[in-house]
Ligand binder design. Sequence first.
Ligand SMILES: [Zn+2]
Length: 237
Amino acid sequence: MTEIESLLELQELDAECLALETVLRELPIQKDIDELEDKLLTLRERLRNAHLELDRVRKEQKHGEWEAKDITETIDSLSQKLYGGAVTNPREIENMMNRLNKYKSTKNKLEDNVIELMERVETLESEINKDNLEITQKEAERDRLIDKCRSEMGEISSRLADIKKSKEKIRVNISDSSLKKYEQLLKDRGDRVVVPIKGNICGGCHVALPNSIIILAKPNNKITRCENCGRILCWRG
Ligand SMILES: [Zn+2]
């Protein structure tokens, strides 16, 4: 393998390396995992709030039930007194009946409120169940993506290690000065730096090359560079 062929192969490997490193940095799957984590955070926060609300509503319901029970007892005892025949004073009877009606109206309101609270408890419980289910599903999806991400990263890392070994082998065929030039060019330009001569045109900057350069660049001749862009030229006869 000539030095220029080795340089071309090195360039191919460097390009693959760069592409893989970019993929590794920007694994789309990692974005999906981050998005899922964000959603899970929101869901867990919503679930926590729903539990707090459920506790509060249940306490309020209990309290309402006690109040309704108390007032029922009061109504019962007042009714017994009223209709038991012990009270005969008409004014007192009227007074007791007024109180009784007031208690009954309060009791109705309390019972209506308890029913509303019970319905709210049911709604909250169903929301909590839905959130729990969604959290379980999202966690499973996230775990599956994490596994996939790990395996993809593993594959890429192992390919990168292979490329590194191949690069070491190829570098042996290239002189130190050529390597230095190549690496400096790669650093400066960041893209292809070993380019073919197309007709008499530089494959990098598309400027016409003098014949003297083309002759030098022909196979087995020394490494030549374009005078315009500085790229290493490669003759493909
Ligand atoms: Zn050029």
